[in-house]
Design a protein around this ligand. Structure first.
Ligand SMILES: NC(=O)c1ccc[n+]([C@@H]2O[C@H](COP(=O)([O-])OP(=O)(O)OC[C@H]3O[C@@H](n4cnc5c(N)ncnc54)[C@H](OP(=O)(O)O)[C@@H]3O)[C@@H](O)[C@H]2O)c1
Length: 334
């Protein structure tokens, strides 16, 4: 029996999750919702995906251009076992009542508060906590990136200080900025540190800056160590950590532009770089402090987590079986 999955909100995250669901042999994509019949709705239809109106209020938009929808969100909810809510941040919490009424499990995304779900999820850090749960939140792209590398180093961590250099907008977004400024998050800590603590119990403080780029986020991480570690040990830890890859400046990875080119060279759909990229040369131990720099492809690192969350919620696989299955299906390198 395949788990029947719907996706509410077919935007940056929703379309990638829908694609990933369609690559699983134990899941079936039933349909996606749109608020309007734009090019993304036509493309979904061309791919054979059933498109539903996000609510009855949006139906006139589709009727006006004779775009035939398969129904509304309520109809979709009758046909699925789980809905992935990839609507804009904050909307998922409002939609939760609809999912509860329909008796459908739900995966929420990082734009929702942790309290919206029973568990905040990063597969390699806390898969087991989502087993059998009805409401799971896949944390944000930044929190996923921090949790992947920090959970691998957890035994060594006394305190983490991390600076987030955040992309201003996704590449398809022509409205957000800044176009010509660096905008600090004026509250310290930024929300990222507390968000990591919803996944792994560590001491962490973060600050954040938004910069005019669309490609990726970059994190500069400093860890005060509670026991000694060498650079070689850390490299070995990351070499053995799933969904984390080491890149070398010496081989041409000067910045995020080359990382995205690497994903393009892999012929990844939408240039997805599901893995967190750590610069090997940045791994540095000075006394009881460890430093490293990593990059996060905000549009795609959370996608495999959505798939693993569904498997955990339906207790379909154990942690490593799910992670390996998801990795294989999406061509994740390790
Ligand atoms: N983008 C990222 O970098 C990123 C990374 C990790 C997590 N997240 C989280 O993922 C979630 C989705 O973000 P996103 O970037 O994918 O957003 P997005 O690109 O703006 O897509 C949001 C989708 O929700 C739909 N939508 C808008 N209003 C709706 C409504 N009233 N009811 C139902 N659907 C509605 C939109 O449909 P129409 O296009 O038809 O209007 C659109 O397809 C958020 O929680 C966000 O914080 C985002």
């Amino acid at each position: 029996m395949k788990v029947r999955v719907g996706v509410n909100g077919y935007g940056t995250i929703g379309k990638r999750v829908a694609y990933a669901v369609s690559k699983q042999d134990d899941m079936k994509l039933i349909g996606v919702t749109k608020t309007k019949p734009d090019f993304e709705a036509y493309r979904a239809k061309a791919l054979g995906i059933s498109v539903y109106a996000a609510s009855a209020d949006f139906l006139p938009r589709f009727e006006k251009v004779d775009f035939e929808v398969a129904g509304t969100l309520s109809d979709l909810l009758e046909k699925v076992d789980v809905i992935v809510d990839a609507t804009p941040g904050g909307m998922g919490a409002k939609n939760k009542a609809l999912y509860e009424k329909a008796g459908v499990k739900a995966v929420f995304e990082g734009g929702e508060n942790a309290s919206t779900a029973q568990v905040s999820f990063v597969a390699q850090a806390n898969y087991e906590k989502a087993l059998g749960k009805d409401y799971v939140r896949v944390v944000s792209c930044n929190t996923t990136g921090l949790s992947r590398t920090l959970s691998a180093l957890q035994d060594y961590i006394d305190y983490v200080y991390a600076v987030m250099i955040r992309r201003a907008a996704d590449p398809n977004d022509s409205k957000r900025g800044p176009v010509n400024a660096i905008t600090p998050s004026v509250t310290v800590p930024s929300h990222h540190g507390p968000d990591v603590q919803t996944v792994i119990p560590i001491n962490i403080e973060t600050s954040a800056f938004i910069v005019p780029t669309t490609l990726m986020h970059v994190h500069s991480i400093m860890i005060e160590l509670k026991k000694p570690v060498t650079e070689k040990d850390v490299i070995e830890v990351f070499e053995n950590t799933t969904r984390v890859l080491l890149f070398e400046k010496e081989k041409g990875f000067e910045g995020t532009a080359q990382l995205i080119e690497f994903a393009r060279d892999l012929h990844r759909e939408w240039n997805n770089l599901y893995e967190i990229a750590v610069w090997r040369e940045s791994i540095s131990v000075k006394g009881n402090r460890l430093f490293y720099i990593q990059a996060v492809h905000q549009e795609s690192d959370v996608v495999p987590e959505n798939i693993d969350a569904i498997r955990a919620m339906f207790e379909m696989s154990d942690k490593w079986e799910s992670i390996r299955k998801t990795n294989r299906s999406l061509g994740i390198l390790k």
